[in-house]
Design a protein around this ligand. Structure first.
Ligand SMILES: *[C@@H]1O[C@H](CO)[C@@H](O)[C@H](O)[C@H]1NC(C)=O
Length: 354
């Protein structure tokens, strides 16, 4: 009887592990065969060699790019080099990306920029929020952009116990923001187990000087976050869940769920076109290739455009797709005028005409 029970237990545990492996393969390691879909007039951006994980573009055409991102499970071509913020002026004919000078007093050596978000104040002051991972920790850095010499002055570092594993950020004012956490556990083994078991324990946190609180939860890996042009809706990408969550934003900064748009790819950063309200999403069609990098068989890229997300039937268009021969591991797609900029986790960046 004892043996039978033991055998049954082994069977149950085995079945559970098997189910987890299948579910893991279908979520994080999801891998679609990518049929390339190219755009005309694309070229790799000069000055970007080591990633362009997140991109935000000001209405005047200045694009901020986070580069040199390092993460324990992800490839980096420059493991010993600090990360940096790059700037590109999309008004130029053939713009290249150049490093933005950051004021002294900020620790550049441990700079490891991830998600970014710009905010323009009533007096036209431009602020740049940057998620940073100095020595594997999570902080949010606030910079002011100085137009005159196109440099950044570091103003402040935000830290909080609820900001344990920040991925992306949405600036609401010079001292309030929403941030996504992509993990519940920060300890690496537990974090891997969390991902493997598919625990939907990640969240969105609201930060203000008066109050820091969780405003949404239940994501497998909460990733990109952005807001509708009218400021009424917040969009959150769940990388492992392959979907985008739409929330209504209230005056008290709480979020209530409106709908979930299911997609067939690992969704990373979300850029919202300020004029049309369309969502542009940088996606990973093959998660396993992203995490287990093989230069002979690199991860592909995919850009989705979502129109009318608030309607009954949003239109989802695959604008760009590549098997990795042109662009590896896209993470963001941002538009300005008729230009599309596609950024990547650790590879280069592509500029295309739409
Ligand atoms: C925030 O506002 C919403 C909408 O008015 C309301 O339903 C919710 O209870 C409020 N939350 C808090 C914590 O006050």
């Amino acid at each position: 009887m004892g043996k039978l029970l033991a055998l049954a237990l082994v069977g149950i545990v085995g079945a559970l592990i098997g189910e987890r492996i299948v579910s893991f393969r279908n979520s994080v390691c999801a891998s679609r065969k990518v049929t390339p879909k190219r755009l005309p007039n694309c070229h790799l951006v000069k000055g970007i060699e080591f990633g362009s994980e997140d991109i935000d573009i000001l209405p005047n055409g200045l694009a901020f790019i986070s580069s040199g991102f390092k993460y324990p499970t992800l490839k980096s071509f420059v493991p010993d080099k600090s990360g940096e913020i790059l700037l590109m002026d999309l008004n130029e004919n053939n713009p290249r990306a150049t490093e933005v000078k950051i004021s002294s007093g900020f620790n550049l050596v441990s700079f490891n920029p991830h998600g970014i978000s710009t905010f323009i104040d009533k007096d036209d002051t431009v602020y740049l929020f940057v998620v940073n991972h100095p020595k594997g920790k999570s902080t949010v850095e606030l910079f002011q952009f100085v137009e005159k010499d196109r440099s950044l002055v570091h103003l402040k570092t935000f830290r909080h116990e609820l900001l344990q594993s920040v991925n992306d950020i949405l600036a609401l004012s010079p001292d309030t923001f929403y941030a996504t956490n992509d993990k519940y556990f920060t300890e690496p083994t537990l974090a891997l187990l969390e991902m493997f078991l598919g625990l939907p324990w990640t969240n969105v946190v609201y930060y203000s000087p008066k109050e820091v609180k969780e405003v949404a939860k239940g994501f497998y890996i909460a990733n990109g976050i952005n807001i509708s042009p009218n400021g009424q809706y917040v969009y959150v990408a769940d990388f492992q869940g392959h979907n985008i969550h739409v929330f209504e934003k209230h005056a008290n900064s709480s979020l209530t769920p409106v709908k979930v748009l299911q997609l067939d790819t690992l969704v990373d950063n979300i850029f919202v076109d300020p004029y049309t309200g369309d969502l542009w999403v940088g996606c990973s069609p093959n998660g396993l290739k992203l995490f287990l990098y093989d230069p002979e068989n690199p991860p592909g890229s995919e850009v989705l455009r979502i129109q009318d997300i608030h309607s009954e039937k949003p239109t989802v268009t695959q604008v760009y797709a590549d098997d990795g021969s042109e662009l590896q591991g896209s993470s963001v797609a941002a538009v300005h005028a008729n230009k599309l900029l596609i950024g990547t986790v650790f590879h280069r960046a592509l500029s295309c005409d739409l």
